[in-house]
Design a protein around this ligand. Structure first.
Ligand SMILES: NC(=O)c1ccc[n+]([C@@H]2O[C@H](COP(=O)([O-])OP(=O)(O)OC[C@H]3O[C@@H](n4cnc5c(N)ncnc54)[C@H](OP(=O)(O)O)[C@@H]3O)[C@@H](O)[C@H]2O)c1
Length: 285
């Protein structure tokens, strides 16, 4: 039977390939990003290439709590059961900048935005027979440190890459804590490093480094492979709370296995959601 899949950031790069492959496999896929026209064009291309595919595009801005809540409500109207939730949207900004809600953009979108969205959708994932939550993390987490004072202060980082690394470290800590909280359920939560992939995320990387970066980048098809495997393979459900590279569990930095820090970040994120002035998020585990 067709599974229901949501992919954030599904209109470009790694997310687009995941959407293409999973829709071609027969799953019902929703892609969600800010640029609805681009998402609709991607969905139309996939539909044209795979006439039997069931793919839809929706607008979502993970930088805005009100938009996340609106999106979640609309999505649940279309997809009351979510079999696979892929938290993939991301960005790299140089220099670092603030969102309207005051958060530094990379941690604000990649961690806090996805945290809020997950809270809103978790019950629908639990309703699935064998729900899966997959987070696109990065080996760059190794350069990250979780520092509360930088969450709202983009200038708190010496280099923009430290802000990106903090957000990707937060992605792994979130995955581990989520998996721990879901241990008694049928839902697994895992994350993966896709490799260094030729996508839009490098647009703001320093110009001087571009030629060097371009020489080592792999294709989006190669980068999406582990995510697709985590979303589809029976074997992939054997583990939860893990970080994968090339379909295998891989070691992380010590900071990414620090469960005290993972719990602190979870509690902080719950508090942040409560303080952000909109209705309370759905049931917080
Ligand atoms: N490329 C790499 O080398 C690499 C390596 C490790 C990890 N990753 C991770 O892979 C993930 C996918 O990135 P990519 O490399 O495929 O880059 P990409 O081609 O730039 O795709 C990023 C996606 O995120 C969406 N997005 C950005 N801001 C958003 C927001 N506020 N709300 C909703 N969607 C938003 C974008 O769509 P809109 O602009 O339409 O919103 C786009 O679909 C990211 O989490 C990234 O950190 C990438």
């Amino acid at each position: 039977m067709a599974r229901n899949i949501l992919i954030t950031g599904g209109n470009s790069g790694i997310g687009k390939v995941m959407a293409q492959t999973l829709a071609a496999q027969g799953d019902h896929v929703v892609i969600a990003s800010r640029d609805l026209a681009r998402s609709q064009a991607v969905a139309a291309d996939i539909q044209a290439a795979h006439p039997g595919a069931h793919i839809e595009a929706m607008a979502l801005d993970l930088a805005r709590v009100d938009d996340i809540d609106r999106f979640a409500q609309e999505l649940l109207g279309r997809m009351p059961i979510i079999d696979v939730l892929i938290l993939n949207a991301g960005l790299y900004t140089q220099p670092t900048r603030s969102l309207d809600n005051g958060l530094e953009a990379m941690i604000g979108i990649m961690h806090f935005g996805h945290f809020r969205l997950t809270q809103r959708l978790l019950d629908a994932v639990k309703t699935a027979d064998a729900g899966r939550i997959i987070v696109t993390a990065s080996m760059v987490h190794r350069f990250g440190r979780i520092r509360e004072k930088t969450f709202k202060n983009p200038r708190g980082h010496r280099l923009a890459v430290q802000a990106y690394a903090q957000a990707k470290l937060a992605n792994i800590l979130f995955t581990r804590e989520l998996a721990r909280r879901l241990a008694d359920t049928a839902v697994t939560a895992n994350c993966f490093h896709p490799g260094a992939v030729a996508t839009g995320i490098w647009a703001e990387a320093p110009r001087l480094l571009q030629p060097m970066i371009n020489r080592v980048l792999i294709t989006p098809e190669q980068g999406a492979d582990t995510g697709i495997w985590l979303a589809s393979a029976d074997d992939a459900r054997a583990r939860s709370g893990e970080y994968f590279i090339k379909r295998k569990v891989a070691p992380t930095a010590t900071a990414a296995s620090d469960m005290e820090n993972a719990q602190w970040l979870w509690d902080y994120s719950v508090e942040y959601c409560h303080r952000s002035g909109t209705p309370e998020p759905g049931r917080v585990e």
